[in-house]
Design a binder for this molecule. Structure first.
Ligand SMILES: Nc1nc2c(c(=O)[nH]1)N[C@H]1C(S)=C(S)[C@@H](COP(=O)(O)O)O[C@H]1N2
Ligand SMILES: [Mo]
Length: 215
């Protein structure tokens, strides 16, 4: 006997569903959606976690109460407080459905373990994004978090787009070091230096670190 799971049903507040942002997608880059990404149609909820982006969408129902099916009332929930986090191993007093993406950033031009040149300019590159408020600052550290420098932001392609950033850097000493990147948005939100915790392991947005060597 195969195990069964509840039907995959998610809910949005009516005002959110009607605010013009959520959409039904039937095509991506001019082609049908791939089956694994939801063919023939899929819900797209900009700024919200992927769990709301229902694939193979078959039904939309308007209800006059807070929907309390499994994937809203039991699954995909986070602690109901400002950081959506609690002390590791504890249980949250109150939870709420996961919703918007926190602000996050990545270095994309260098990877863990890379060897970078001494006394030579290197342009670090990466991306940042958030849940739709808008990234307004990206800071980079090349010494494991002791000093931070502001990167140059690329073109703003829209509230839900990746924002590219660049920063020319030069290493003046040899050896192992850690590169870190931290983005902020115009609501004053930023990334924590230490990962916060919740039972589902959701919405990781700690400052990412890449260990590299200068030689
Ligand atoms: N029909 C259906 N849609 C679904 C799911 C599902 O289980 N069934 N999972 C959701 C979750 S939890 C995620 S993270 C995304 C993953 O979408 P992707 O495979 O395009 O990355 O699909 C969402 N849409
Ligand atoms: Mo997911």
């Amino acid at each position: 006997v195969l195990p069964s799971t509840p039907e995959f049903i998610k809910a949005l507040d009516i005002s959110h569903a009607m605010d013009g942002e959520p959409m039904i997608a039937w095509s991506m880059n001019g082609a049908d959606l791939p089956f694994l990404n939801g063919y023939p149609i899929r819900l797209v909820v900009p700024g919200y976690f992927g769990t709301y982006w229902i694939k193979h969408l078959s039904e939309i129902e308007v209800v006059d109460h807070t929907y309390d099916g499994f994937f809203m009332a039991k699954g995909y929930r986070v602690p109901d407080n400002d950081c959506f986090c609690i002390a590791p191993g504890t249980t949250a007093a109150q939870t709420q459905p996961i919703s918007r993406l926190p602000v996050r950033s990545f270095i994309t031009s260098v990877k863990q373990g890379d060897v970078l040149p001494l006394n030579k300019s290197v342009v670090l590159k990466g991306i940042a994004f958030d849940g739709g408020v808008g990234v307004n600052k990206v800071e980079v550290s090349i010494d494991g978090g002791k000093h931070w420098r502001e990167a140059r932001l690329g073109q703003d392609l829209g509230r839900f787009s990746f924002r590219e950033w660049t920063l020319p850097i030069t290493f003046h000493s040899k050896g192992a070091t850690a590169l870190m990147v931290r983005a902020s948005n115009s609501a004053g939100e930023t990334q924590p230096l230490r990962a916060d915790w919740n039972p589902g392991g959701y919405r990781r947005h700690v400052v990412e670190t890449s260990h590299v060597t200068v030689a």
